[in-house]
Write a protein that binds this ligand. Structure first.
Ligand SMILES: NC(=O)c1ccc[n+]([C@@H]2O[C@H](COP(=O)([O-])OP(=O)(O)OC[C@H]3O[C@@H](n4cnc5c(N)ncnc54)[C@H](OP(=O)(O)O)[C@@H]3O)[C@@H](O)[C@H]2O)c1
Length: 262
């Protein structure tokens, strides 16, 4: 089995996509390192994963300066690391002009600077080890803009640019970089999103409710990882939106405005 005894570090493991990846990878024999800020939830997940070797490495990824030290700790837990899957992230539900600059900074820190800092610290280690897999959960908002997500889309576009550049630079190495582009997945992403003033948005919007189940999403991510896919698209109806954006942009902007602007 591909993931049997592989050491997989998952950020954002306390909820949604990260949590479900942990559950599915545990069934496939992976050794897990789970990161999030909510220790109680991480502990509950660890007890759910009875038969899997699991470590908890709680951390607030907004503390970017401490990330090199965090990476060292992650490697030391099992003495080596095969995969990092960076799912920690936060969305936004506010019109651009109503979004405080602090919110933009927070979204960039969590969705861009934190995964960059983790990746930068891991690269020398993976190079020395001779192999390694880096996966970051971006979003369809990393491909096209959508109302109420100006800062979120900017951060996800930014991480795409960084990782695609790495994919070119690492082409001749045994270090694989996968970028995941989910559309709407049924998780707490909208509840946990930031409002314009930095408060938690607190509502599940219809986009999340109509989303793909998180278990189907994660099965597709794992299947893409097994093939070292550089881009893993997890899209349903959003595929059509993307098609409109590419071929009939005026139609895309009309639909996005009608669907997204409140
Ligand atoms: N659901 C979707 O529709 C969707 C679509 C496209 C892309 N995505 C992306 O998928 C990833 C996972 O989202 P999700 O849907 O699973 O959302 P979620 O259920 O809200 O989970 C978010 C995770 O991020 C962690 N996190 C948030 N702030 C953190 C911080 N400061 N430090 C450390 N961990 C932090 C949370 O852990 P704690 O609560 O323990 O801090 C939680 O485990 C995100 O990157 C998101 O942008 C989701």
């Amino acid at each position: 089995m591909h993931f049997k005894n592989k050491v997989v570090w998952i950020t954002g493991a306390s909820s949604g996509i990260g949590k479900e990846l942990a559950l599915q990878l545990a069934q496939q024999g992976a050794i897990l390192i789970l990161t999030g800020t909510n220790v109680e939830t991480l502990t509950a997940i660890k007890s759910e994963l009875k038969n899997a070797r699991t470590h908890i490495l709680n951390y607030n990824l907004l503390d970017i300066d401490g990330i090199p030290n965090l990476v060292d700790k992650a490697i030391l837990l099992e003495g080596h690391l095969d995969y990092v899957i960076q799912s920690a992230g936060q969305s936004q539900r506010a019109m651009a002009e109503e979004t405080d600059i602090i919110v933009y900074k927070k979204l960039m820190d969590l969705n861009f600077f934190a995964p960059v800092a983790i990746t930068q610290s891991l690269l020398p280690y993976f190079k020395k080890q001779g192999h390694g897999n880096i996966c970051v959960i971006s979003s369809i908002a990393g491909l096209i803009g959508f109302p109420l997500r100006s800062g979120y889309a900017a951060s996800k576009h930014a991480i795409k640019g960084y990782l695609e550049t790495l994919q070119c630079e690492l082409f001749k190495t045994n270090i694989h970089v996968s970028i995941v582009y989910p559309g709407r997945i049924n998780t707490n992403i909208s509840k946990n999103a930031l409002a314009g003033d930095g408060q938690q948005f607190g509502n599940t919007d219809e986009n999340s409710d109509a989303g793909m189940s998180v278990s189907v999403c994660c099965t597709k991510i794992i299947s893409g990882l097994k093939k070292n896919q550089k881009a893993i698209y997890i899209l349903k109806a959003e595929r059509l939106l993307f098609w409109f954006w590419w071929f009939i942009p005026s139609l895309y902007y009309k639909i996005a405005h009608a669907k997204g602007v409140r």
